[in-house]
Design a protein around this ligand. Structure first.
Ligand code: G3P
Length: 217
């Protein structure tokens, strides 16, 4: 399963990229405003922090304007992945861009039929938003499971990019459901490695090691 970091905070990305566990980055207009930085500048910096896909979202609503914005964003770096909303105009732009060989992440997906359309439009990634469905008492993980079945039925190559992940459980359940990628907030990624029994066991090992009076170096 690929891990993308879901943030535009370059300090967080730099720290996590150093672990070697990160395969890409996703941003969206809300994350850009949270960064307080110029959109193109922060995307450029992020593209230098990872070789993986960096999702940069268009803000236009009409296909031709989306394509114009996409051309601007594609100039920033070769690993820019254009993020498009799951609308008819977004799907038309997706088809045009992927036909030209560009990476596209179709976002704001909340139904299996939407994901089916994105795959037919040649999307590189589809971003079903788990957390926002959960917020409405709808099982967001069921959407990941349904998309996996549909994509496997027809051999679609579009990668399921589980998004709107809020908890470590979302990561585990997305992996169980067969998502290809999870885009995860930095705090959740850092929490994945933590377990109190690991800490306790390590403390006990080191306390016993200290009794030997030995050192490895
Ligand atoms: O990648 C999409 C993600 O940033 C949305 O997360 O928590 O705002 O639903 P959230």
């Amino acid at each position: 399963m690929k891990f993308f970091v879901d943030t535009a905070d370059t300090n967080e990305i730099r720290e996590l990229a150093a672990t070697g566990l990160i395969d890409g980055v996703t941003t969206n207009p809300s994350l850009i405003v949270k960064s307080g930085r110029d959109f193109k500048e922060v995307i450029k910096e992020i593209c230098e922090l990872t070789d993986g896909p960096v999702s940069a979202e268009v803000t236009a609503l009409e296909t031709d304007a989306m394509l114009a914005e996409a051309q601007e964003l594609l100039k920033i770096a070769k690993n820019v992945c254009i993020k498009l909303p799951l609308t008819i105009d977004g799907l038309k732009a997706c088809k045009a861009l992927t036909d030209e060989g560009h990476m596209v992440n179709v976002t704001l997906c909340f139904s299996a039929n939407q994901a089916l359309l994105a795959a037919k439009a040649g999307a590189t990634f589809i971003s079903p938003f788990i957390g926002r469905l959960d917020d409405m008492n709808i099982d967001g993980m069921e959407l990941i499971e349904d998309i996996r079945i549909i994509y496997d039925n027809y051999g679609f190559e579009t990668e399921i990019l589980a998004a709107s992940i809020r908890t470590a459980n979302h990561v585990k359940q997305s992996a169980m459901a067969g998502a290809d990628v999870a885009t995860i907030p930095p705090s959740v990624i850092k929490g994945l490695a933590k377990h109190p029994l690991t800490d306790k066991g390590l403390e006990a090992f080191l306390a016993d090691w200290a009794k030997t009076g030995q050192s490895i170096l």
